[in-house]
Structures are given as C-alpha cells and as structure tokens.
Design a binder for this molecule. Structure first.
Ligand code: FE2
Ligand code: FE2
Length: 488
C-alpha cells in the first residue's frame, strides 16, 4: 500500500505533538501482518489515556503522571502486587467514563466542557461558597446577564441530584468499560469509587472512610494532586492535600504524600519529558499484562464507545462506520489479518474527537472558520495518540486518514490519491456514508438512494470508485439501518 513512510508521518505531526516526550521507536514497515507480538497492555492504555486527558480538559499525560504518583504511594504502603496491578490500570483509565457527561455539561453551562471540567478539578466543590463561585465563573462565558441567569436557574433546578447523577453515570460507565477490557473487578471498583470523599460527602454513593477501597482513596488523592501540580506547582498541590485532609482524602495517605515533599528526584521524574516512556517500568513485574489480539479488539471497542458517548449526534458513529468499513473491506478482498487491524482502525478513527469541545461538536448552527479549524485537527490528534503505541503504525496512519480525499483537498494532511491505501479509501467511504445517512437535528435519517446519489457525485474526486462500489454492494446485500440521535 502507498502510505507515506512512517518518518514522513511523524515529521508532518511534529508541530503539534500532544506530549513532550519523543515518539517511540518505529518500524518503517506499516504492514498489519507484522505487528508486535510482545505488546504490553500498558503501552496501549497509556497512549489512549491521553485521549481521556483531553476530554477532561487536562494536559496529555495527566493520567500517566497520576499513575506514577499512585504507584509510588502504593509501594510506600506495601500493597501486594495484585492490588498494585489493579491500581496501575485504574489510574491510567480512571476517566474512561469522562465522555458520558461532556455534552450535558456543555449544554448545562453553555460553555466549553473542557474548561468546565478543568475548573471543576481545582474547585473544593462540597463547600457551597466554592460551588457557587465555580458556577458563576463558568456559566455562559460569552452570554449576556439574562442568558447567564437562565443557565444559573437551570443548574439550580438540576441541583445536587443532577450533579450526583452525572458523576454516577460517569463512574458506572468507566467501570463497565474497564470490565469490557477484561481488567479486574478491583480496577473497575476503583474507577467506580473515584469521586467518593473520605468524609462521605463525595459522589455517587457517599461512601465514607474505609468503605472506599484503598485503591480508590489513592486514586482520588493522586488525580487531584496531579492537577494542582501541573497547574500551580508542588507547593500548591501539597497545600491543597493538607487543606482537604480528612474531608476529601484519607489522612494516612496525605501523611505519606507529605513525606515525599523533599524527594526532588521523584517530582522531577513526574515532569521529566520521558515520563511517558517510563510508565511501563512501574507495572508490577510478575503481573505484567501482555495484550492479546482479543484484548486489543476489546480496547478498540471500548474506546470507540468512549468516543461515541461524547455527543448525542454520534452515539453509534464509530460502531456503524466499523460495520460498514469491514463490510467494504471484505468486498474489496481484505484478508483476515488485515481485516482485524482495519476493524481496530475504524473503531478508533475518531478518537481525536475527544480533544474537541462539545460546544463545537454539538453546535446547532454553522461553525465559524476558527471552530472548523479546531474540528479539522481531530484526525491529527488521532494520529498523535495512536502512533505512540509500538506496532500501531498501520492503525494510526489508516485511522488518521479518514478525512482525506482523492483530489488532495481533504484534511488534515491533504494527501494525494497515490498516498491513499485501499483500507484508507474504504474507511473514507464508510465514514461519509454513515455521516450523511444518520439523523441530524434538522432532519430525519436519509433514504439510502439519496445517500448514494450524493456520494455518486464525489466519485473520482473525493472518494474511490472501487470502495464506493464495494459499499453499494455491501449495503445492497447486507442492509443498513442509519444512526439515530440519542438525547444527552
Ligand atoms: Fe472524523
Ligand atoms: Fe468519523
């Protein structure tokens, strides 16, 4: 296939690297048949955790740094290897449910959900005065006083019950995706209890003290410390931990954390540019998980669900694009090995959309030029996230090319036809077909013949004739039910 060499791809993306650490070593051969057989699950989830960081409005690497800190505390506590292994994955995947409330938050606040979520992380919200100030600062930033008042009332009506429900959905969804990955129940429970507070005033269950698992207590402390560390520095992070000691956090864990205050080498390692590459060393050695094909399939499916949960307009997008793309690939003669990797690429093609705010993705009207530019970055983010995994070259390149066109007028690279492989061409066609046929806020689903007529005009300039013919054959023989919206 004629995809540009891997080095060229990296050079094309250097300007917007999500992380400061260098890319992992790459092979030039992007054939899916040659993928690594010793791939560790930690390599995959640490890369994908960056997509969760972006959804939470945090810098890429937040979850991995949280994991570094959590594993240090777990070792100081003398937790056994099995528990530390469960904690390790819980810390990197703690925000798996993050996309499930993004649309609702953006709608409720009339604001960029990334900003709303980021500011939430630094707010001592159980204290009413802080909660009111947080709401006041974050509602409808570009709106007038009447619009702000309307949002304020809506948030007041939703009240504590609404907040609890949003956190409940987020925690339960995160835990269920961790189970889908085949991770332990301890990992799932840690994610489920992430926002519980030591004094019982957390959400969603109001668990108190040791009713919250030790791993969830560690995760709750470490995620907040990391946010303060990245935003304000170490002194502010430790001050915050001391102030919330006994309310948010287990005093025993805060004592341990404070003992690290003068360990300059440790804090340096948290901000070192190589921290991302180091995370594999912190997985308990005899508990190392190697990613089987089945597990990679589950991780791709789980992250597709995270992406699809982000917006009510695209609740089934990745799933349906994958169904179509694999069908097209079969008609075009893709063999089983290629199809397996191609399915993963299709599932993960829009993972970069997690880096785009719902205030843009769900905007009912026309996007401004600046907003369109933001949307057009999402395949770039997809590449930057996926290409961090050793052996994911084919997957990253294919997934990140899903908005390219034969005439070179696509995005985000404007690749020419000679650089668009058959899998890319199949994915492009599947993505366009799903998007056109799906229900929109201003219209119902579109009849198949109308979708085909619109796409027929793109053949030769935008889309590949062979892939389009394969799509028609697949849909004619297998049928297809277009996606419908699901309210936030
Ligand atoms: Fe896309
Ligand atoms: Fe898409």
């Amino acid at each position: 296939m004629s995809i540009p060499p891997t080095q060229t791809w990296h050079a094309m993306h250097d300007d917007l690297n999500l992380l400061e650490s260098p890319q992992p070593s790459q092979r030039c051969d992007a054939s899916p048949a040659n993928h690594a057989i010793d791939l560790r699950l930690s390599e995959v989830v640490s890369a994908l955790s960056c997509a969760l960081d972006l959804t939470e409005g945090q810098p890429a690497g937040h979850a991995v740094r949280t994991c570094l800190l959590g594993m240090r505390l777990a070792r100081m506590l003398g937790l056994d290897d099995t528990t530390r292994s469960a904690l390790y994955y819980a810390l990197m995947l703690k925000d798996l449910g993050c996309s499930s409330n993004a649309a609702r938050l953006s709608q409720l606040f009339g604001a960029d959900d990334h900003v709303v979520k980021k500011n939430f992380k630094t707010t001592d919200w159980p204290r009413l005065i802080n909660a009111m100030q947080y709401i006041g600062r974050n509602i409808c930033p570009t709106g007038n006083i009447v619009q702000k008042l309307g949002r304020f009332i809506a948030i007041g009506v939703a009240g504590d019950k609404g907040a609890r429900q949003m956190i409940k959905t987020r925690c339960e969804r995160g835990a269920s995706i961790a189970r889908l990955f085949g991770l332990t129940e301890c990992t799932a429970q840690t994610i489920q209890q992430l926002d519980e507070h030591y004094n019982g005033q957390g959400h969603p269950l109001g668990l108190k003290g040791e009713e919250i698992s030790i791993t969830a207590r560690i995760a709750g402390l470490c995620q907040t410390v990391e946010v303060f560390l990245s935003t304000y520095g170490l002194t502010a992070a430790l001050d915050m931990a001391r102030k919330r000691c006994g309310r948010w956090f287990d005093p025993m864990l805060v004592d341990l954390l404070v003992k690290l205050e003068h360990d300059d080498a440790f804090w340096q390692s948290m901000t070192d540019k190589h921290f991302h590459a180091e995370i594999g060393k912190h997985e308990p050695e005899d508990q190392r998980v190697y990613a089987s094909d089945r597990q990679l399939d589950r991780v791709a499916l789980g992250f597709a669900q995270v992406v699809d949960a982000k917006s009510p307009w695209t609740r089934k997008h990745s799933e349906h694009v994958t169904e179509l793309a694999v069908g097209i690939g079969r008609v075009m003669g893709f063999d089983d090995a290629l199809t397996r990797w191609f399915r993963r690429a299709a599932l993960l093609h829009d993972v970069g959309k997690l880096g785009v705010s719902n205030s843009i993705l769900d905007k009912p009207g026309k996007l401004t030029d600046a907003q369109r530019q933001v949307v057009m970055q999402h395949p770039r983010y997809t590449f930057q996230i996926l290409s961090r995994v050793r052996g994911f070259e084919f997957l990253a390149q294919t997934a990140a090319s899903h908005h390219e066109r034969l005439d070179g007028k696509g995005y985000h690279l404007g690749l020419e036809a000679k650089h668009l492989s058959k899998p890319v061409r199949a994915l492009v066609v599947a993505d366009i077909f799903e998007a056109i046929s799906a229900q929109r806020p201003y219209r119902d689903t579109m009849p198949m013949d109308k979708v085909f007529a619109i796409m027929d005009d793109m053949v030769g300039t935008g889309i590949c004739p062979e892939a389009f013919a394969a799509l028609r054959y697949h849909v004619d023989t297998m049928g297809y039910t277009p996606s419908r919206m699901t309210p936030a």
